[in-house]
Design a protein around this ligand. Sequence first.
Ligand code: ADP
Ligand code: MG
Ligand code: MG
Length: 296
Amino acid sequence: MATLELKNLHAEVVEADEKILNGVDLEVQSGEIHALMGPNGSGKSTTAKVIAGHPAYEVTEGEVILHLDDEDVPEDKQSWNLLDLEPNERAALGVFLGFQYPAEIEGVTMVNFLRQALNAKLEEREELFEDEEAEAEEEEDAGYETSPMEGPADEGEVDVAEFQQILSEKMDLLDMDEKFAHRYLNAGFSGGEKKQNEVLQAAILEPSVAVLDEIDSGLDIDRLQDVSNGINALRDEQGTGVLQITHYQRILDYVEPDHVHVMLDGEIAMSGGAELAEKLEDKGYDWVREEVYEAA
Ligand code: ADP
Ligand code: MG
Ligand code: MG
């Protein structure tokens, strides 16, 4: 079980000194689906990027904590202050932050890219979980300071054959065509295919919490259903927690959220269950604004 916790998060744009997030509180547990909704410009993508550690934003107040309370995680490694960590370290701990689509890489297939991503995660994770004291003793005993290479450097932890097995399982889980993974990265994936690749990457990296920013934008109904089925599979089969950022209610017909939050002006203005999304569909975000201002 894992929990991603945003506590009173304030952030501004580094270059412009412009405040964007004004005290965001949010808690996403593994296995839960949270929809983060709100009008354009309310701070949804900034929230995702701050969780990711995007350098354009400075956190001026508050915390982002990841709690990992699985049995196999040592007690002193169960609580992480993500704001102290690099983006790749956050990812290695199990926070999936969307697909960095490497469109510029020539001659790399999806399958190779995904295997590299998985190996990079596993290696980084191993380093983060390393017991420093035991490690130092081992090195002393062995009489050298750095570990010797184990196996060929370019092999990583998961070799080609093992990865093929993992990929088959995940493609099966997501009901995807395996031909997909053997295409080249720059070979003109459609918008919808890129979104499916994002879900595939999440399936392979098995994050505790996945932050998906507008994964529904620009999808036709068939592709929306495929992507939604994939997100449901991540939750149901892998126990992934999902922070589903969306402007529109539509995808929530297929991926039913446990919690819905409405962001206004860089804060969570209102939270509720799935019914809140339907209310928004009827009444719009202005209704939230009126409710909040009336109450204030
Ligand atoms: P949303 O995803 O809810 O549409 P964003 O988080 O993208 O909103 O943006 C929130 C506000 O912050 C907008 O007014 C946007 O123009 C501003 N903003 C976000 N990122 C930057 C940036 N890097 N530089 C300047 N302004 C930014
Ligand atoms: Mg607050
Ligand atoms: Mg956005």
